[in-house]
Design a protein around this ligand. Structure first.
Ligand code: ADP
Ligand code: GLC
Length: 481
């Protein structure tokens, strides 16, 4: 079975969030099952620097009229998974964030950059002698690759089926109608039954509309997006596609996130006796974040992009309660300038109680997961969420809102003896306050806390099960082809 993964980010080459983690780990998990999975992503400078390139290249000509385009053959540095970097310097030779010129501002030519990525994937997939490898299924991810099936539909060629995975329906890849001509798609696709969305083009809608199957990253989110609130105007289309929309919960890379061997930790955490390791990491984290006091203060952590989705504003609203409970807070993240400012301000008003690190820091993210007692994830919506899965593996109890993948992965301590975290229902400040209070009362009961830790660390979120589900989906798609 040959599967082409197309993604705009792949860890450890380039990552801004969970999509990168998934696009790095899932192909490797499939390869371990004997699937010939390969990755296609843009040749950003960071990706060129980190991939192992063989030196072999394959010219694609100038598919969009934006410059000579080539595939550079290579492998992933950690897993050895085969990889093609899509090289077109005018489009991708830009360092830093793969999507934005500077925080909050997308590159104005993103439609060309990701149309080119989609077109290259479609060219690899289309019948023809481009190369001696043709995928049985193309697995495309998020709006940046939504045009893959649109190109394949427009070309009268033998085409492999496309599985389109929605990691986040909020990002729709919206552009003006005029882009269709520029990216070389037929104007008749601009219709309500095509990629038109309120008079504009949505690349995400193209992916949903023209793919042979659609999936998303948790069963709950698969249901939620078929309703009006999370469906964001696409719920009708998603309901129409109902039985071909699959919810498959993400796994995690259990080697990169191994509490016994993680090089970023101050000490290993033993799942059968977590307390000593947790204490050592908590002390190291507190030192690094400038937090005072001894180990008996409950410590809440956050690792997040600062966007509306993540509910960081709700935590800001609940800080008084958190401090009133005698707890501390360690935050790592970046994004919305206002939230960055407010968090820094809270830290400067409460030195030693609140520690904030603005930025992206892989190393600190691991230590924060290991050293916190609780991880706060008060998301307004969450397609899957990976940070709560890392938290569970590191013996840190997630405090999450009951939505999407959070609901599917964290069991409430109030709903049975095998709880793994605190779960609350509403995206309101007082609900977050309640959850913080509940977590602190759990912390003050050492036996209950120890049980939650052990139960959390015993959960299995490795990719194996999810990779098998994808394997089943690919098999169905190939049989239908
Ligand atoms: P999303 O993809 O919506 O951001 P996920 O929970 O699926 O949410 O994935 C977020 C990923 O990004 C996790 O691997 C998390 O550790 C990482 N991450 C988020 N913010 C930071 C940061 N500031 N520094 C390091 N890693 C981060
Ligand atoms: C998106 C979602 C997140 C999910 C990730 C990987 O970024 O916001 O919930 O875990 O994709 O699928």
């Amino acid at each position: 079975m040959k599967i082409l993964f197309v993604s705009s980010e792949v860890y450890p080459l380039v990552k801004t969030g969970g999509l990168g983690d998934v696009a790095g780990a899932l192909p490797a998990a499939l390869r371990a099952m004997g699937v010939d999975a390969r990755i296609l992503m843009p040749a950003y400078p960071d990706a060129m620097g980190r991939a192992t390139l063989t030196g072999r290249t394959l010219g694609l000509g100038d598919p969009l009229g934006v410059g000579e385009t080539r595939l550079l053959e290579g492998t992933m540095p950690d897993t050895g998974c085969p990889l093609w970097l899509l090289d077109c310097p005018p489009m991708y030779e830009r360092s830093g964030d793969p999507y934005m010129v500077y925080p909050g501002n997308d590159w104005p030519d993103n439609f060309k950059r990701f149309a080119l990525l989609s077109k290259a994937a479609a060219m690899i997939g289309a019948a023809g002698d481009l190369m001696d490898w043709r995928p049985d299924v193309i697995h495309a991810h998020d709006w940046q690759t939504g045009l893959v099936p649109a190109y394949l539909k427009a070309w009268s060629v033998r085409r492999p089926p496309v599985l389109f995975t929605i990691h986040n329906l909020h990002y729709m890849g919206i552009f003006g109608q005029e882009i269709l001509e520029i990216v070389g798609l037929p104007l008749d696709q601009f219709s309500i039954n095509g990629l038109e969305y309120h008079g504009l083009v949505s690349m995400l809608k193209a992916g949903i509309q023209y793919s042979q199957a659609v999936s998303t990253v948790s069963p709950s989110y698969a249901r939620e997006i078929q309703g009006p609130q999370e469906g964001r105007g696409l719920d009708g289309l998603l309901r129409q596609r109902g039985d071909s929309i699959h919810g498959i919960l993400n796994g995690i890379d259990v080697d990169a996130w191994n509490p016994l061997t993680d090089p970023y930790l101050a000490a290993p955490i033993d799942p059968t006796n977590p307390e000593p390791g947790k204490a050592a990491n908590k002390a190291a984290l507190k030192r690094q974040m400038g937090l005072d006091g001894n180990g008996s203060t409950p410590l809440f952590g956050i690792v997040s992009r600062f966007v509306e989705q993540k509910g960081i504003d709700l935590v800001l609203g609940a800080i008084g309660r958190l401090l009133g409970e005698g707890a501390q807070l360690a935050v790592l993240g970046s994004g919305d300038r206002n939230l960055e400012y407010e968090l820094n301000r809270a830290a400067s008003h409460h030195p030693g109680r609140i520690g904030v690190h603005i930025g992206y820091d892989e190393h600190l993210s691991h230590l924060l997961q290991a050293g916190s007692d609780f991880l706060l994830v008060p998301s307004r919506f969450e397609p899957c969420g990976l940070t709560q899965l890392y938290a569970l593996r590191y013996g840190t109890a997630p405090v999450v809102r009951r939505t999407g993948g959070l609901a599917d992965s964290v069991r409430s301590v109030d709903e049975g003896p095998d709880g793994t975290g605190v779960v609350f229902d509403h995206a309101f400040i007082d609900a977050v306050e309640w959850a913080i209070g509940r977590a602190v009362s759990l912390y003050r009961d050492p036996d209950a806390m120890a049980r939650v830790r052990r139960t959390a660390m015993a959960q299995d979120f490795s990719w194996k099960r999810s990779a098998e589900e994808y394997f089943g989906l690919y098999t169905d798609l190939m049989a239908r082809d």
